[in-house]
Design a protein around this ligand. Sequence first.
Ligand SMILES: NC(=O)c1ccc[n+]([C@@H]2O[C@H](COP(=O)([O-])OP(=O)(O)OC[C@H]3O[C@@H](n4cnc5c(N)ncnc54)[C@H](OP(=O)(O)O)[C@@H]3O)[C@@H](O)[C@H]2O)c1
Length: 381
Amino acid sequence: MASLPATQRAVAMAAKRAPYVELEVPVYPPAAGEVIVRVGWTASTPLDLHRADGGLLIPSYPRQAGGGGIAGTVMAVGSAGDLKSLAVGDRVMAFAFHGDKEANHQEYVTLPAYLVSRVPECLTLQEACTVPANLVTVFHTATADLELELPWPIPQGWTPKAADRPILVWGASSSVGIFAVQVLRHWGYRQVLAVSSRRHHDYLRRIGATACFDYTKPGVVESILGHVKDHAQGEPAVPSILDCIGSLDGTLLPLTEIAQRGTRVAIMLPVILKDATEDDEPEYEMDVAKCHADRWADGVILRGARTHHYLQDTKFEGQNVFFKQNLQPEIVPALLAERVVEPNKQRVVEGATMVERAQNALHLLRGKAVSGERLVWKVSL
Ligand SMILES: NC(=O)c1ccc[n+]([C@@H]2O[C@H](COP(=O)([O-])OP(=O)(O)OC[C@H]3O[C@@H](n4cnc5c(N)ncnc54)[C@H](OP(=O)(O)O)[C@@H]3O)[C@@H](O)[C@H]2O)c1
């Protein structure tokens, strides 16, 4: 085991909407089944903004910043437990979300091996940190909320029962949406309808979208309904909808005009009632049943997606126990190595210190400057 410092620097929230601060925290020793990763790169995501400006799910301050994925090098492993054959020196990436020792915006993250993926040789750490959080999100939401089949490994000659049923991915150029399109295509879903601004349509078609629609243009709902009008009788025109954005008026409102009895709609939580700006606090809602309740057709099945439950969700118990043990250790690296899934494009956020880089990323998120890319920054210089 390499000799590690006793303490480390972490980016932390001092209070809601206060600038980030640097905190000195321990380098947490690994328990059985855990490893310590020296973080090379991390991603800043909308959840960082929801936490920093909205105080979302923050019980007390100061609180280490969560972050949206890490990539780095294994520095130490626990002396017992299931280490998923990880060893000191391995290049790894992880979606770890329980805070404190798992907080992402710090120099060393200590976490269970089942939350870790080896980085395939074809990827840099900068690319790798864009992947795990939202690739896991897609697997969890597609299976637990949309009840779509994603068996692993894919049996020879298998096709999904819903192969020809339209699946609408609204917000397809988001990080979640880009992974959703790639995963659904690979598992044999043949009607993946992608909604984004027009500049991303060529890319989305290349990675698997069957048809693309521009949400910035009037008439987008009519175009989508026109596209699916000949879909099987007796079923909703669009049986599955993945709302990758969760904006009360930006995405839920148009979706109330598309969803019909029997449509399952999985909405990325939180629902954003009011966006964060430099001058104003955001407002969020975690209960999708309270959002435009009077506008949804009877019989629409609304689900609020919460990937932080992917380890223990009981709805698909077998599936989720399987995902806990296999999703990050096996499936994520295999999909990258086989180039089934490519990482998000990266926008590198600069700054003299970790705190400055994290703060600059928040500024970009508040300004809605992120489009078809992930904000990433270096932790260890
Ligand atoms: N609850 C969960 O389990 C969970 C997990 C992951 C993410 N999330 C949440 O899901 C949301 C998305 O996360 P992300 O990291 O994927 O975001 P992101 O990549 O930062 O999202 C940016 C994208 O949003 C698109 N967009 C914005 N408004 C839109 C609208 N009205 N219609 C269609 N597209 C729109 C933009 O598209 P254009 O550039 O094409 O305009 C842009 O590409 C965040 O709120 C995040 O917190 C929740």
